[in-house]
Design a protein around this ligand. Structure first.
Ligand SMILES: [Zn+2]
Length: 152
């Protein structure tokens, strides 16, 4: 937490698209850890956040700038599909504590309501038999259609 948390109402230096200068801006919108919109304290315009540009490095000198200025690594908030997660956890609550999810196999047949375990997607629950060889399963990451009943 080394001053890394910026929220709406905070001030920071940003590139103003109207003034075409690095100026102090007030943060309007933050998504995750990324500042999305700012308000220029100089000209009063609201615009997308652009990081401050390095003074002296303009497009004209682009040829000179061989090495891109290091972009500081930003903490990328992991995109969890919270809606899907909510749905999944609702279904998981119905899993009896002693139930063992069946390992997912292409050749197996499944029934609606069955709990299965996919090697990559984890534990899920069969929601629907989509077709003779397809099932829809709810996983932590959302609903997926899986192949089943597939004979070689
Ligand atoms: Zn401005």
């Amino acid at each position: 937490m080394a001053g890394n948390t910026i929220g709406p109402g905070d001030d920071l230096e940003a590139w103003c698209t109207r003034c075409r200068m690095n100026l102090n801006h007030r943060v309007i919108a933050v998504v995750g850890y990324e500042v999305k919109r700012v308000h220029c304290l100089t000209c009063g315009s609201d615009h997308k956040y652009y990081p401050p540009k390095r003074v002296g490095v303009r497009e004209k000198n682009a040829a000179v700038v061989k090495n891109r200025p290091d972009t500081p690594p930003r903490p990328k908030p992991r995109k969890t599909n919270s809606r899907a997660y909510g749905e999944w956890s609702t279904f998981m609550k119905e899993m009896p504590p002693d139930a063992e999810p069946r390992p997912y196999r292409l050749a197996d047949m499944y029934t609606v309501g069955e709990f299965i375990e996919h090697p990559a997607l984890g534990v899920g629950r069969v929601l629907e038999i989509v077709g003779r060889q397809k099932i829809q399963v709810v996983f932590k990451d959302g609903r997926k259609v899986l192949i089943c009943n597939k004979q070689e």
